[in-house]
Ligand binder design. Structure first.
Ligand code: SAH
Length: 243
């Protein structure tokens, strides 16, 4: 698990967010993966407003309560909605440029890595959205992730996290699977990004099916609930710390 922060010279997404915020437009934010074809993240979607958000995210925002931590907040789009709702929210990110944008938007924000032990908790809701499970990186990090969540949550607190089951990508037309069960979990995807000439480091981003998440949650002291199940294998889970 990585405890560090991003270097602004190697932060394609943060630079794209900063450009869009300061100039009202941005170039292409390109996404590369050895497992997929090249893709792009439309930068304006990182600034989505409440009306543009999918149902799953609206549901998470409605459920978030108490002292809320928005983890990997990006442009701060979810925190802004929560703040408008009158909720108590703090946003963290490892991108100095994203945090700068959030500060200028008037959010309570900190440049911090979720896994840095010097970052202190006391939260009732930890929000992790836009395949929020990605930050866990791989299944082998599940124990340290849940241990860390116990440090950050108040008793009875919960995590609201979205993800999706990538199984459909490996399914044959007849429904049979091409998954090598001896290999790593099929939702561990390696990515890198590029914006203009700025290239980011490679990182692992975890997509996890609900059953597997539920298994690890119960193993490490959390009760999982499936609160929203979408049509494209995406879902929202609530993981409540068992006290
Ligand atoms: N939640 C936002 C942005 C998602 S992109 C949205 O829905 O639009 C993921 C974000 O997580 C990026 O901004 C990235 O810098 C941040 N991030 C990645 N690892 C992190 C970590 N360990 N701690 C805090 N933020 C992290």
């Amino acid at each position: 698990m990585n405890y560090g922060l991003l270097d602004s010279g190697k932060d394609p997404m943060g630079t794209a967010i900063y450009d869009y915020f300061t100039k009202g437009r941005a170039g292409r934010l390109r996404v590369f993966s050895p497992q997929f074809d090249e893709d792009e993240i439309p930068v304006e979607t990182l600034f989505r407003e409440y009306d543009e958000m999918p149902e799953l995210e609206k549901k998470a925002l409605e459920m978030a309560q108490g002292r809320i931590l928005d983890v990997g907040a990006g442009s701060g789009c979810h925190s802004l909605v929560l703040q408008d709702m009158g909720k108590d929210v703090e946003a963290i990110d490892i991108s100095p440029l994203s945090v700068k944008v959030m500060e200028e938007s008037g959010l309570k924000t900190r440049l911090a890595n979720l896994f840095d032990p010097s970052f202190i908790g006391g939260y009732d809701t930890i929000l992790m959205l836009m395949n929020g499970s990605g930050i866990i990186g791989s299944v082998k990090n599940m124990e340290s992730f849940f241990t860390r969540m116990k440090e950050l949550l108040n008793p009875g607190g919960s995590i609201l996290m979205d993800s999706s089951d990538l199984k459909y990508l490996f399914e044959d037309e007849d429904g049979s699977m091409l998954i090598d069960i001896a290999a790593d979990y099929y939702g561990e995807i390696e990515f890198s990004m590029q914006y203009k000439q700025i290239k980011g480091e490679h990182f692992k981003w975890l997509y996890i099916d609900y059953e597997t998440l539920n298994f690890y949650a119960s193993q490490f002291g959390f009760k999982a609930e499936l609160v929203y199940n979408g049509e494209h294998y995406e879902y929202l889970a609530k993981l409540t710390m068992i006290v």
